[in-house]
Design a protein around this ligand. Structure first.
Ligand SMILES: [Zn+2]
Ligand SMILES: [Zn+2]
Length: 340
């Protein structure tokens, strides 16, 4: 056996996630990895040898091919090919990427992510980050299994436990709090106060008229608990796509500047939010910027180069980017927003 089949399947999952592969396809490999781990390497090899591996529910044609390569040899070449195909390119943003110390927007299995907090944190460590802000969804985003108060409290305990193990790396506590239709935030204020970093985003009624959307966003941005405005237009540029929400960007970005709320460059390839002309407007208003992956899986934590290239094209300096700060400085900044 040249490589553990489960480890090979795990790596395929990571690389497919990095490539924004279709969820069902990634899940097939993830499920196969889990099955291979349960069966154990010897049993997997035995079943591969006697031709019964695809009789195991959850092991199909593509996943058994990876198993065959892991058992018989050739997996290294196969993975190297996949590595090369899915490498995230970086151009003029290389220096900015090197200046980033962490990622302020990420999800785990606790909401709609595909991996444990620990797996996300260990990947962030491997990418050279000093910290990862975990920002699972808030309760009313039920399709994303948003965390209610009790589960968020449980998550804080889990993070405290993991931080002891992973030190000096730090998982910072956070939330991607839903901006409700009236501009209110979908979590108790004392919880928002307690978290290190709060990302606030619109996820519903994206088509509301511009005056209402402007008011909704400004109310959220003006909250002293909100640190980062997530994917501000809500657009999707891949597949069937989704148009941008309409709002008065001058007013929203003026509020971001006034209340020192950073505007997120969301690096997800299907979001690429905000578009460059809007980002330029945020810079004209002197807003701070955060370059975040919004990763829902470990491989997606590699997406920051997309945002860094965009930031570099617009001449954004590292001093303007909140996640070039150390963890302590970031937390201090997040606690310092003016209240009026
Ligand atoms: Zn999500
Ligand atoms: Zn979001």
């Amino acid at each position: 056996m040249s490589m553990s089949p489960a480890a090979a399947l795990d790596r395929v999952v990571y690389l497919l996630d990095r490539d924004l592969a279709e969820g069902r396809r990634v899940q097939a490999y993830a499920k196969a990895a889990e099955i291979a781990r349960e069966l154990g390497d010897d049993e997997v090899a035995r079943r591969h040898a006697d031709g019964t591996i695809t009789d195991v529910p959850g092991i199909g044609k593509s996943t058994s091919k990876v198993i065959a390569l892991a058992v018989d040899g050739g997996i290294e070449d196969h993975l190297a090919e996949l590595e090369a195909e899915t490498t995230i390119p970086i151009g003029e943003g290389a220096a900015l990427r090197a200046a980033l110390k962490g990622d302020c927007h990420s999800h785990s299995l606790w909401s709609d992510g595909g991996a444990t907090i620990e797996a996300m944190a260990r990947t962030a460590m491997a990418l050279g980050h000093e910290y990862l802000v975990l920002t699972d969804h808030s309760p009313r985003l039920t399709i994303a299994h948003g965390l209610n108060r009790e589960r968020l409290l449980e998550q804080l305990d889990e993070i405290a436990r993991l931080n002891e193990e992973l030190t000096p790396f730090r998982i910072l506590t956070g939330i991607e709090v839903d901006i409700l239709e009236d501009g209110a935030l979908d979590q108790d204020v004392d919880m928002l106060e307690r978290l290190d970093v709060v990302v606030a985003s619109v996820h519903s009624k994206l088509r509301m008229p511009a005056p209402e959307m402007t008011r909704r966003m400004v109310l959220a941005v003006a909250s002293p608990h909100v640190d980062i405005l997530g994917h501000c237009t809500g657009r999707k540029v891949v597949g069937t796509g989704r148009p941008q929400s309409t709002f008065d960007a001058d007013i929203v970005f003026a509020a971001c500047a006034r209340f020192d709320t950073a505007v997120e460059i969301n690096c997800r390839p299907e979001r690429q939010d905000p578009p460059e002309e809007l980002l330029q407007l945020a810079l004209d208003w002197d807003c701070r910027i955060s370059i975040d992956t919004d990763a829902h899986a470990p491989g997606q934590l590699e997406w920051q180069p997309y945002g860094c290239d965009k930031a570099a094209r617009l001449g954004i300096e590292p001093e303007r980017i909140v996640n070039t700060m150390s963890a302590d400085d970031l937390i201090a900044w997040a606690a310092s927003h003016p209240t009026e």
